[in-house]
Design a protein around this ligand. Structure first.
Ligand code: SAM
Length: 320
């Protein structure tokens, strides 16, 4: 359906958990979770990450995720991206993907992940009908990667990329959030990496949301001029595609076609607005109506150029 500004909204980003096995410096507060390891006892049967400090993940069940997508599909949602938190902390992720892919009207189901837990389920996700995967990797230097993720393993993320290729996934892209003074010297390295692996890399401008808001140097918008040699360069033949996503320097709100639903069942009309519409306890027409209201509540655009995000949540609690 169209929103108040005539934009066709056909894309849902659905967060299936707030839990994550990483605590990236710009994404999650340091104290978000004591557990880096994912083999702690599960708080719900479908979730491998939980700890004493994060006692209940409160994840929506697979059935609930599918019910929300069914309602969204009635409004013209055609594409769903599963996100989190880290979606792969859920062992029932293939079941969720299969159920969503089977919803009438849904044409494409994609996933955003850090890739470190995906290897054992890559084949099952492919069989479930997942179309494509974006893997977030902010550095190709393992020490730097560990620092940015506060303990993550670059080797595990690369193993995830290998597993996706082995499972037959095509069109895999790496998301790299470029941070001035942190990893912005890696553009060339990522270019070579993309060429070597035959995958795409998307350089993303750091947005002032969540912990990124507090980190002074990160509030500098990415100097797009430094990326001009690659910005917007289309893929040629089988050359890898390098893209720049710059929500602050080059906002694309006028073409925004998405809404978000968080893992605690709040529909978010805009990533950067405070507004949330609760879907909790709603089903049938009421659920459809609430999602319609979320689409109609989409603002014309965000105000990032004039300040930080108005969202009360960090990205891991929204679903990036
Ligand atoms: N755990 C998954 C992952 O790592 O891709 C999915 C969730 S994560 C919140 C989704 C994406 O949001 C990642 O690519 C992450 O780098 C990005 N992200 C988080 N905080 C951001 C920020 N302040 N600015 C730009 N991108 C951000």
């Amino acid at each position: 359906m169209r929103d108040r500004f005539g934009r066709e909204v056909d894309y849902l980003r659905l967060s299936v958990t707030e839990g994550c096995n990483m605590r990236c410096i710009y994404c999650r507060p340091q104290a978000a979770s004591a557990a880096f390891t994912h083999d702690v006892p599960s708080c719900r049967e479908n979730c491998r990450i939980a700890s004493a400090r994060e006692p209940s993940c409160g994840n929506p069940s697979a059935e609930r995720c599918i019910e929300i997508v069914e309602a969204a599909a009635q409004l013209g949602i055609r594409k769903v991206r599963i996100t989190g938190g880290e979606p792969c902390v859920r062992t029932d992720l293939p079941e969720i993907a299969r159920g969503i892919a089977a919803v009438p009207g849904i044409e494409e189901v994609c996933l955003t992940t850090n890739g470190t837990l995906i290897a054992p389920m890559a084949a099952a996700l492919k069989a479930a009908g997942l179309a494509r995967v974006n893997v977030s990797i902010d550095s190709l230097d393992q020490d730097r990667y560990r620092e940015i993720t506060r303990g993550g393993s670059l080797a595990a993320a690369l193993e995830g990329l290998d597993a996706l290729a082995a499972a037959g996934f095509e069109g895999t892209k790496v998301n790299c959030v470029l941070m001035p003074g942190i990893n912005d010297d890696e553009v060339e390295g990522f270019g070579a990496f993309a060429a070597e692996r035959g995958i795409g890399v998307r350089f993303i401008e750091l947005m002032p949301i969540g912990p990124a808001r507090e980190l002074n140097p990160y509030q500098q918008p990415l100097p797009l001029s430094s990326l001009s040699p690659i910005a917007g360069k289309p893929a040629k033949g089988n050359r890898p595609q390098l893209q720049v996503i710059a929500p602050i320097s080059a906002p694309f709100c006028s073409q925004c076609n998405r809404i978000r639903v968080t893992a605690d069942e709040q529909a978010k009309p805009c990533l950067h607005s405070r507004e949330e519409l609760s879907l909790r306890g709603l089903s049938g027409d009421e659920l459809v109506d609430a999602l319609r209201a979320a689409i109609l509540a989409k603002p014309a655009g965000h105000n990032l150029a004039s300040g930080a995000s108005e969202s009360a949540r960090d990205m891991s609690r929204i679903g990036g």
